[in-house]
Design a protein around this ligand. Sequence first.
Ligand code: 5AD
Ligand code: SF4
Length: 472
Amino acid sequence: MLKPNMLEARKRLSKKIETEIFKLDPSYKNIGNGLTYVVKTYGCQMNEHDSENIEAILDAMSFEKIDDYEKADLVILNTCAIRENAHNKVFGLLGRLKHLKEERPSLIVGFCGCMAQEESVITEISQKYKWIDIVFGTHNIHELPSILAKNIKEKIQDIEVYSIEGNIVEKLPVKRASKYKAWVNIMYGCDKFCTYCIVPYTRGKQRSRKKDDILEEVNELIKNGYQEVTLLGQNVNAYGKDLNVNYDMASLLEDVAKTGINRVRFVTSHPWDFNDKMIDVIAKYDNIMPYIHLPLQSGSNRILKLMGRRYTKESYLKLFDSLKAKIPNVAITTDIIVGFPNETDEDFKETLDVVNYCKYDLAYTFIFSPRVGTPAAKMKDNVSLEEKEKRLQELNTLINKYAKENNLKYLNKVVPVLLENTSEKDATTLSGYTDTMKLVNVKADKKYIGRIVDVKITDAKTWSLDGEIVSK
Ligand code: 5AD
Ligand code: SF4
């Protein structure tokens, strides 16, 4: 039994991070024989990718993946802690699982991800959710086989969550959701400690993967026919800073581009670490996609300071201008929080001013949600919910206007689209993304799935484009 601790999680120890190689103990290989599983995933791409590892580990233990969690023998919730509503969704599903467990006591319920790293959540689980079988954190996914094996034998609740990060684990198996595009972790954790954010606590200290391990993974993906990789990290622009070698994100991006993979993307950028060298590399390589997610959070310098963001509105706009000037056709999206403690009408107006200047392709907008243990949660939350909702709505109206305007610019243009799958609504429609990350629906034969084709845009909506294939 090992429970998380927020004070421990905040520490940044200077211990050297080693690389370990994952190996499944042969005694665990048949544990899942005859048993089915579902992994339910909440949150960001990092979590999606972690679930790809979890599923592959379960496959290697002979469990069988099914779609319906109500029928599964093992259900694992890979959770997100970023905002209150992410929490609520998970607790909602736990209510349903409790009933299932009462009907079928052999059901095994697992709980992992960012909520598992929260001290307050684990206290609640150990007191009120004793029927949850296993809990593991973001730092020890590789221990899932032994934790599961022990629970199947002993049948008592087991909580195994480290607050201090461990080593980097290489060669975890992965069951990728797509055959054409792949997530590739380049770093774990975050040391930025924005005052509202739980991630530095739930994901720990920044640890970059070694360049050779990353490039080996990308080359393997190319061999297996992958068209696109997205380099993943909480703060990818800071890649390499912890390795003490003269090799940074710009160097890595250039080396990944040189592998020749058709499309390279990366998320998420922090404006602070975005340097000119990186912009030049993005501009230089055609296979680095002209799409950048550049979180603004607020357009008011006073609020940015309270948020601990380390940049000003002016320096953000300078970076924005430089990206637009140097990267042809670049699409830029952002994240914005409204209703941060002490945000006045004037502060909010400054955010709108920045949106009016940047005319983002898309923005993800949120009402501030206090996260236990973060500095912002201790600030007086003095903006009323009514005011927060009003601001969010006003912001969204503006964001949608620019999203539509940007999409309209695509009308009658021919753009490259990686067609990925059939649309959920209509099996004769395929959907995919442009180089600039616009969602496009195309009436086309399934044989185009997995290919990058030229598409002429025939209609533009706020959230998507319609088009027809012009290259075969
Ligand atoms: N409240 C509201 N939004 C948040 N985000 C992160 N933490 C919080 C919080 N406590 C938003 C930020 C971030 C995105 C992933 O989620 O905008 O960029
Ligand atoms: Fe959610 Fe952040 Fe964890 Fe991703 S890293 S799952 S967004 S809390």
